[in-house]
Design a protein around this ligand. Structure first.
Ligand code: HAM
Length: 432
């Protein structure tokens, strides 16, 4: 039986046209992150299992990691996310680094998920994190940066919605307001996190199951539903609105509005799957019903760096996957027609490789990316080859051209041809 040509399930091959799209997205990500003063870092794709066991979220560690033992008997994981890694790196140089520390990275991550639209087993994820800022100016900067990235792709603000919640506020609501013990708080938080994946009635019955009979009779489920239905902070009970966490969230929302970001709102159902978040959490959703999904997510996690045995560092950051971004751009018709990297294809007529070499070298010296056709191939085949690669401009070099010192530059798209002297070739190609 012939070997399969398919890549591993849930993972992608990047043919040049796919890579071109990826390069376009990454370039914008890098450009905006750097415009905000973030520096790029990277790290190994393998990490010791321990750093995920410490604090990440059960689902990702128990069900979604590619974990194995290396030949030396060490338990390792192919990183499913970057946050524990970047925290480890910051902790390693806790004293030397200058704060606020602004770092970004675009790692390839692996999670053993059921592949579906927007979810694969492998994805690239922009991670932007700011370390060393306690107050909400960090959250504000992060969301303004996210918004700037959207705009750099040509997105309009009605194409996405930024939703915010706060872990401390959630804890207050579940523990103090509803009176849930730690175990039911955990169960209910996970249920809320998975709420979009189940019907309301299933959600209600699962919540009921996690409560005591007394709590059910006291109407805890109904109270919880009312909290989750709140569309604005002002819909929450008055005592909840007085909590410092709610006030803080209000400050962030007000400041975002003042910064011209009108699409941000409170969402009491927003949980974020990870255990490490300690304050404001946020996610951005596509508003198009055809792609009604979360595009990116993040929040404040003040405790992770401290797990590595150093004084804690307050941190805010987010992760944004390439798959969800590509789906978003496609849904909103924001994908540009991407040009191949090659500027010109040199078609050779007859055995002229030798004489063509210095001309090609000159063009490359002049800043052009040049691909050369195979000598001995029919001119028609060479033009077809250029066309297949999407290269618009062709330079024809043959015996006659070399003798006369005049060359044909052809635009395959418009069909236009010009005869140009060798010295003016680079300019003519750029203008063709
Ligand atoms: P996350 O919500 O697991 O957060 O992932 C962030 C984003 O990565 C998602 O919104 C989505 O765009 C993308 N993503 C995640 N899993 C997949 C998948 N299986 N296939 C395709 N795309 C995916 C985190 O990973 C946090 N560590 C983010 C963070 C950074 N928090 C603070 N700093």
């Amino acid at each position: 039986m012939a070997l399969s040509t398919q890549p591993y399930k849930g993972a992608r091959d990047f043919y040049p046209e796919d890579k071109r799209l990826q390069k376009y997205m990454f370039a914008k990500w890098r450009q905006v992150a750097e415009r905000f003063g973030y520096e790029e870092y990277d790290a190994p794709i393998l990490e010791p299992l321990d750093i995920y066991l410490a604090k990440t979220g059960d689902e990702i560690v128990n069900e979604q990691t590619y974990a194995f033992e290396d030949r030396g008997g060490r338990k390792v994981v192919i990183r499913p996310e970057m946050t524990p890694t970047v925290s480890r790196m910051v902790a390693a140089r806790r004293q030397e680094l200058g704060y606020p520390l602004r770092w970004y990275s675009i790692p390839n991550l692996w999670r053993y998920e059921r592949p579906q639209r927007g979810r694969l087993r492998e994805h690239w994820q922009l991670n932007v994190d700011i370390f060393g800022v306690k107050d909400t100016s960090a959250e504000l900067e992060m969301i303004i940066l996210v918004d700037a990235i959207f705009r750099s792709f040509g997105a309009k603000s009605d194409m996405y919605e930024i939703r915010l919640n706060d872990r401390v506020l959630v804890d207050y609501l579940l523990a103090d307001y509803l009176g849930l013990n730690e175990k039911s708080r955990q169960t209910v938080s996970k249920l809320i996190d998975r709420m979009p994946k189940m019907s309301r009635s299933v959600f209600i019955s699962k919540v009921d199951e996690s409560l005591t009979a007394k709590q059910r009779e006291a109407g805890v489920t109904e109270k919880l539903l009312a909290l989750l239905d709140a569309k604005k902070l002002q819909d929450l009970p008055a005592e909840a609105q007085k909590q410092p966490s709610a006030q803080e969230l209000k400050t962030v929302l007000d400041q975002l509005k003042a910064a011209g970001i009108k699409t941000a709102r409170f969402d009491g159902t927003l949980m974020r799957g990870f255990d490490y978040y300690t304050g404001v959490v946020f996610e951005v959703f596509d508003t198009n019903p055809e792609n009604n999904r979360s595009l990116l997510g993040g929040g404040r996690y003040d405790g992770l760096v401290g797990l590595f045995g150093v004084a804690p560092v307050p941190t805010v950051g987010f992760g944004w996957g390439d798959v969800t971004l590509a789906n978003f751009l496609e849904t909103h018709r924001l994908l540009p027609a991407l040009q191949p990297e090659t500027d010109v294809y040199v078609a050779l007529i007859g055995d002229v490789s030798h004489q063509a070499t210095p001309i090609v070298a000159d063009l490359r010296q002049g800043g052009l990316n040049v691909a050369v056709g195979a000598a001995g191939k029919k001119i028609g085949d060479q033009l077809k080859n250029a066309d297949k690669k999407g290269i618009e401009r062709v330079l024809i070099i043959g015996e006659t051209e070399l003798k006369n010192g005049m060359f044909t530059v052809k635009n395959l798209k418009t069909g236009q041809e010009t005869k140009v002297a060798a010295a003016k070739l680079a300019k003519a190609i750029k203008e063709a």
